[in-house]
Design a protein around this ligand. Structure first.
Ligand code: ADP
Ligand code: MG
Length: 271
């Protein structure tokens, strides 16, 4: 059972929902989901991480064993599962997770026939049991595609955070994603904002990485987070210890960077 936030009703603000999306795989979505979630939780925000990728990497990275995923995000969106039975606390204070496994792989097909197919996650996150859990922030770790699952995340979210690996073609992939964001704005979610574009796996010694950063800042201006996530081996090691980097190696460059990102986002949440 999850305790409700001990605040008078009037103080309850709806959670700020951020979809972490990029149709490319391996750009740092899951790493960002886990470590931003942990860094925000460390600051005292109550955070729910929704694993929306059938690969379930965010769940594994936070230590949810594969045989401990009887109920998953699939049940949250497609079988009227009760959030209290699905969402579980992580090892970290203030951080909860809705885990995923390969059940979600069939979701795209199962969703097509449903007339509310784009709104299922949106509606699930507004379940009274989730309200009662009093989350401040919900982060959604999207699969590497522009599938119906990702569309569900964009419809459910207030904003989208786009990890961008500093490499050739990165910006072209980005424009494809921004077209999908525009479509979602025109149809289901007119208020969807861009939370920001996050440069990931950045190696400052690499000229191409510097060029991608310059291009991104010239073209996207304020939309690019000040914080840059460096390439840092601690970030790639942490999931095999079932820990966010902020616990695995709190003083690492990777941990520092994700705390910096959490600061940027927290400043807007408090406004
Ligand atoms: P996605 O979720 O977009 O597919 P991941 O977050 O799983 O991407 O990252 C892909 C791989 O790169 C993983 O093995 C991860 O550990 C590694 N990785 C991600 N970010 C970094 C980083 N900043 N430094 C080093 N390795 C990273
Ligand atoms: Mg991933």
């Amino acid at each position: 059972m999850l305790a409700a936030k001990p605040l008078p009703e009037a103080d309850l603000k709806p959670a700020h929902v951020i979809a972490i999306a990029n149709q490319k795989g391996g750009v740092g979505k899951t790493t960002t989901a886990i470590n931003l979630a942990a860094a925000l939780a460390e600051k005292g925000f109550r955070v729910l991480l929704v694993d929306l990728d059938p690969q379930g990497n965010a769940s594994t990275g936070l230590g949810v064993a594969t045989n401990d995923r009887k109920l998953t995000t699939y049940d949250l969106i497609l079988s009227d599962g009760r959030p209290e039975a699905i969402i579980r606390p992580s090892k970290l204070e203030n951080l909860w997770i809705s885990p995923a496994n390969s059940d979600l792989a069939s979701a795209d097909i199962d969703l097509v026939a449903n007339e509310k197919r784009s709104f299922l996650l949106h509606d699930a996150l507004r379940h009274p049991e989730i309200d009662a859990m009093g989350f401040d922030v919900v982060l959604i770790d999207c699969p590497p595609s522009l599938s119906l699952l990702t569309v569900n995340a964009l419809v459910a979210a207030h904003a989208v955070l786009v990890p961008l690996q500093a490499e050739f073609f990165a910006l072209e992939g980005l424009s494809q994603l921004l077209l999908t964001v525009r479509d979602v704005r025109r149809s289901a979610n007119p208020n969807l904002r861009i939370e920001g574009v996050l440069l990931t796996m950045y190696d400052g010694r690499n000229n191409l990485a510097q060029q991608v950063e310059t291009d991104a800042r010239e073209n996207l201006g304020e939309l690019v987070f000040q914080t840059i996530i460096p390439r840092n081996v601690r970030l790639s090691e942490a999931p095999s210890h079932a820990l966010p980097v902020t616990s695995y190696d709190p003083a690492s460059k990777g941990a520092e960077a994700y705390r910096g990102l959490a600061d940027e986002i927290a400043a807007r949440l408090r406004r």
